[in-house]
Design a protein around this ligand. Structure first.
Ligand SMILES: Cc1ncc(COP(=O)(O)OP(=O)(O)O)c(N)n1
Ligand SMILES: Cc1ncsc1CCOP(=O)(O)O
Ligand SMILES: [Mg+2]
Length: 500
């Protein structure tokens, strides 16, 4: 089926749409075409030719216009306007005759203002009966019946405001992620798929009448514009920015899909497809969804307990991440397994959203359960090889070392990183002896895997650690007990960033 068939159908039906086109001087199709369509219309059993992509677009636009102008039913007038708007030979004819769809739309507005009922006077039946005896030419079938579309109040301004605001959020988020793919990742394939996602989104939004959205816009009166959380303000890296934007895109798409169901099921379906594409993009571009990786890019590990009375650990973690913490280790020697699991899941979500690693202390089994990126084992904990059988080959294993020999053994056992210490006296764990910065100086000569100095390190002594050649530290008290965890993390990071 072609646009010319739709036009001929309007005229063969002597519809209000045809009258409207006639009023503005649109040349009617040849009598021959109209008669052929009339003849075919008379037979109920003729096969219905496949609608073309263009006729689909015209139909979609007609439905959108119906919502804009009348709300409930698609009439021949809407089809007439859609024929003038969507690119096709019909529109070319209108353009060359200098016919403007706005004139027709104004006319529709007038008829609504005058209280004229815009009724369905014919129905394009693209689902009609097929007959084996029917000719195989380009017949089209018109049935004189009215099929009501879904009866929602399409002018509900609250729904329009949701769609409008959410669509804007989605568009902005897509731009941010596209910039990340293009300028940070320098990834042509991800950039291309984001571009196509953005275009797909624009097409889906074409199903919603822009005028309806604009007329309901009320940014000044939107109570949500003034609410910003601490988490929204702080970003630790371009990856974090992109990951947060992609999350926003996914949430916006979900909201558009759900509220879109009130407007047009096809809109909701297109949005749903885009939402799945956004998930794929996340996998392609942001943190791996499967745990694992390595720690060579990490510099500041924060050891956090599962709970601490009087302290909101999620807040501490977020502020610390904003200050430059790039690995979190869950270390709690007293918590029961339920508490460990609960805290582990919260830390997992947080670290994943920020694109940083999560390590579980002592417990390979819990590391797997909370989908941590790895486990940390002390000299008295499970051997590395045994832990590997539990956590699998892709997760990280780190181990504590207190001498050059232990560092060398850790490398032989396949450790992915080592903790080296205790360097100074710690408020978190009691030690009788310290390995000091001497061990740090010597360690640099014997191992090339990532090494984290640990034990009593804070902003005041981190420069000694850095001077010993260590650009990585693991700390707890210095950040956890600070009034401003973000500032504390930044102070430590500043000294570490001088190394390498
Ligand atoms: C990075 C890092 N290094 C050392 C340790 C200490 O581990 P361990 O010796 O097993 O002592 P506990 O932490 O279990 O008390 C660590 N956790 N992280
Ligand atoms: C678990 C552990 N092992 C050696 S020192 C230490 C605690 C580190 O915490 P802090 O930075 O508060 O000394
Ligand atoms: Mg241990």
């Amino acid at each position: 089926m072609e646009p010319s068939d739709l036009l001929a159908a309007l005229f063969s039906d002597e519809s209000a749409g045809a009258a409207l086109l006639g009023e503005i001087g649109f040349p009617p199709p040849s009598t021959q075409t109209v008669t052929t369509v009339e003849a075919r219309t008379a037979a109920d059993t003729l096969p219905i030719p496949e609608p073309s992509e263009t006729t689909d677009r015209i139909r979609d636009r007609a439905i959108a216009l119906a919502r804009r102008f009348g709300g409930r039913e698609v009439s021949s007038e809407h089809l007439a306007v859609a024929l003038l708007e969507i690119e096709s030979p019909i529109r070319d004819t209108a353009n060359s005759a200098r016919l403007d769809p706005d004139t027709v739309r104004d006319r529709l507005d007038e008829s609504i203002a005058m209280g004229e009922v815009v009724e369905v006077d014919f129905q394009l039946d693209v689902d009609g009966p097929h007959s084996p005896e029917s000719p195989t030419d380009d017949s089209i079938s018109l049935r004189r019946e009215s099929r009501r579309t879904e009866s929602v109040d399409l002018f509900d301004p609250a729904v329009a405001r949701i769609i409008d605001a959410t669509a804007n959020r989605c568009r902005e988020g897509l731009r941010v992620v596209e910039d990340f793919a293009r300028f940070v990742r320098d990834d042509p394939s991800a950039t291309q798929s984001l571009k196509s996602l953005r275009h797909g989104f624009a097409e889906a939004m074409n199903l919603i009448p822009t005028e309806w959205l604009l007329s309901s816009r009320n940014t000044g009166g939107d109570v949500g514009t003034s609410i910003t959380t601490e988490a929204e303000r702080s970003r630790s890296s371009p990856e974090h920015v992109a990951a947060a934007s992609l999350k926003r895109v996914q949430e916006s798409l979900r909201s558009l899909e759900e509220y879109g169901k009130l407007i047009d099921p096809r809109f909701a379906e297109s949005i749903e497809r885009l939402r799945y594409r956004a998930y794929e993009t996340e996998q392609q571009l942001i943190v791996p969804t499967t745990p694992g990786g390595e720690l060579s890019a990490a510099h500041l590990m924060l050891l956090l307990p599962a709970m601490l009375p009087g302290r909101d650990l999620t807040q501490v973690a977020m502020q610390a991440i904003a200050g430059g913490v790039d690995v979190i280790q869950l270390r709690d020697k007293n918590a029961n397994d339920h508490v460990l699991l609960e805290a582990g899941r919260i830390f997992r979500e947080l670290t994943r959203n920020h694109g940083i690693r999560l390590i579980m202390n002592d417990r390979p089994d819990v590391a797997v359960a909370i989908e941590a990126d790895g486990v940390h084992l002390g000299q008295d904990d499970l051997p590395i090889k045994t832990a590997r059988r539990i956590i699998g080959p892709d997760r990280i294993v780190g181990t504590s070392t207190h001498s050059i020999e232990q560092i060398q053994q850790a490398v032989r056992d396949g450790a992915d990183y080592v903790g080296v210490g205790p360097t100074f006296a710690s408020t978190t764990k009691h030690f009788a002896e310290f390995t000091g910065v001497e061990l740090l100086r010597a360690a640099g000569e014997v191992a090339s895997i990532p090494m984290f100095a640990i034990g009593g390190i804070d902003a005041g002594n981190v420069s000694e650690v850095a001077a010993a050649g260590f650009g990585r530290v693991a700390v707890s008290g210095a950040i956890l007990n600070a009034d401003d965890p973000r500032q504390a993390a930044m102070n430590i990071r500043a000294a570490l960033d001088m190394i390498e």
